[in-house]
Design a binder for this molecule. Structure first.
Ligand code: URP
Ligand code: ZN
Ligand code: ZN
Length: 455
């Protein structure tokens, strides 16, 4: 593989942003210095002038569902399509999920890992745990040994078999996972509360009703519930896709009570509100938890700015327009939207154009934060000598409008269509290899590697 010298760019790490040159050799970052002369590097080194560009660590989307088989269908973006759209967003690593099938956890993990061999960017895996088993300690140890750093728990979706209902069973899973040093990621919505609302519901089941059927209070209640278990056990937990101000209040209470939580939110809970659910295309914006109010957006934005939220990931779970619009009843609309590709431009626009976040804060939220949470740091999520040369070259000045013709998701739409953003990914390198440049995708199917946690 040819060596690469990137000159004159603004290197952005979590603590600093400086004009530095960066030399990539044999797929790792070999050297970072204020100036690396062209005549000092080996013959055949590709030299890139990054004047006016930002040089960021490859972005990590810590929450994706590529090729998710669920509810009798499969999501729109396959592993190769997911990898491709990710490269256009400067994303070089995703953290996806192995479902808890009826088999052992290890067999479920093995299946998912085999399926993901077609990825052309790197990936880690969380292991879903949807039921308690007697030998849970052994089962978790088996997947941990293979490099799985986190488990995924749901407090909802009883109807699709994802809910661990009994508190003592959930507690036992938490305990065993934490003994192994695994991160415990939890989708927080109180299923019983939602069922109760549904049983008394007098309204319609249109997309606009979704936030009332699955209210913020259900998120807050579930956070308090799992936070209570974490407190009893003295362990840490990770809340995925926090969607509401009420949920944030619950996080604050728990933290005041000494519970350690890592919190993730998504661009859609930061920048979209429930008004999107009105009108004939409302189904396109249905995901769980649902979109909330502008006030919730604001509360979460403030929490991102002040550091109460450590990770922004997308929960990319894409369905085609056809799949989404095949029902207008929120009980059967496939939940989820695409998002990996838009993650960085949206955050950059909020951060730099609107003046809320520095580049270093953004790198913390989409590089270091997720890498630390899932045992990938510093190999992923940093610009340190000796680490994987995953690099995103980003033009901070280019202004463009998200539209059908700019997106690469097989879903055929973006929830952010019509939004003008500032900042565009110009080149994406995966372990030193250019996988996207000047709008052309150069990824190789099967070139993505499974990244073991703490490796
Ligand atoms: O609607 C969503 N979020 N779909 C993906 C699955 C999940 O709950 O994260
Ligand atoms: Zn979820
Ligand atoms: Zn998800």
């Amino acid at each position: 593989m040819a060596n690469v010298l990137i000159r004159n760019g603004l290197l952005v790490d979590t603590e600093w942003a400086r004009h530095m040159d960066i030399l990539i050799k044999d797929s790792v970052i070999a050297r970072i210095a204020p100036s690396i002369a062209e005549d000092s590097v080996e013959d055949g080194t590709t030299v890139i002038d990054a004047e006016g560009l930002c040089v960021l660590p490859g972005i990590i989307d810590a929450h994706t569902h590529y090729h998710l088989v669920s509810r009798g269908t499969v999501t729109a973006d396959s592993f190769s399509e997911g990898s491709r759209l990710a490269a256009f967003g400067g994303v070089t690593t995703v953290v996806d999920f192995a479902d808890d099938d009826s088999k052992s956890l290890l067999a479920s993990f093995d299946d998912r890992r085999k399926q993901m061999r077609s990825m052309s960017i790197d990936y880690a895996l969380h292991q879903g745990v949807y039921k308690y088993r007697e030998d849970i300690a052994k089962e978790l140890a088996a997947v941990k040994k293979e490099g799985v750093e986190a488990i995924k728990i749901f407090t909802t979706y009883k109807n699709v078999g994802y809910l661990v209902e009994k508190r003592d069973e959930l507690k036992a899973i938490f305990l065993e996972a934490s003994k192994l040093g695994m991160q415990i990621c939890i989708h927080c919505e109180d299923d019983a509360m939602i069922e109760e609302i549904d049983s008394k519901w007098k309204g319609t089941y249109l997309p606009k009703d979704h936030p009332d059927l699955r209210p913020s209070e259900a998120e807050a209640a579930a956070i308090r519930y799992v936070g209570g278990i974490a407190k009893e056990l003295g362990i840490s937990i990770y809340i995925v896709h926090l969607s509401s101000k009420a949920g944030l209040e619950a996080v604050r209470e728990l933290r005041n009570d000494g519970v350690h939580l890592t919190v993730e939110t998504t661009p859609h809970y930061l920048f979209l509100d429930r008004s999107k659910l009105e009108g004939p295309d409302g189904a396109l914006y249905v995901m769980t938890p649902p979109l909330r109010t502008a006030e919730d957006n604001l509360a979460l934005q403030e929490a991102v700015v002040n550091g109460e939220i450590q990770v922004v990931a997308t929960d990319h779970c894409s369905f085609t327009r056809g799949q989404k619009l095949s029902s207008n009843d929120v009980r059967t609309i496939y939940p989820g939207i695409p998002g990996t590709e838009e993650l960085l431009p949206l955050l950059h626009t909020f951060g730099l154009t609107q003046g809320h976040l520095s580049l270093s804060q953004i790198v913390n939220l989409v590089c270091k934060g997720p890498a630390k949470a899932f045992g990938l740091y510093p190999r992923k999520g940093s610009l340190k000598e000796g680490t994987d040369a995953d690099i995103c070259l980003f033009d901070p000045d280019e202004s463009w409008t998200i539209g059908k013709d700019t997106i690469h998701s097989a879903s055929g739409y973006s929830a952010y269509e019509g939004m003008t953003v500032t900042g565009k990914v110009v080149m994406t390198f995966l372990r030193g290899r250019l996988i996207m440049g000047d709008g052309i995708y150069l990824g190789l199917e099967g070139d993505g590697q499974f990244v073991k946690g703490r490796s």
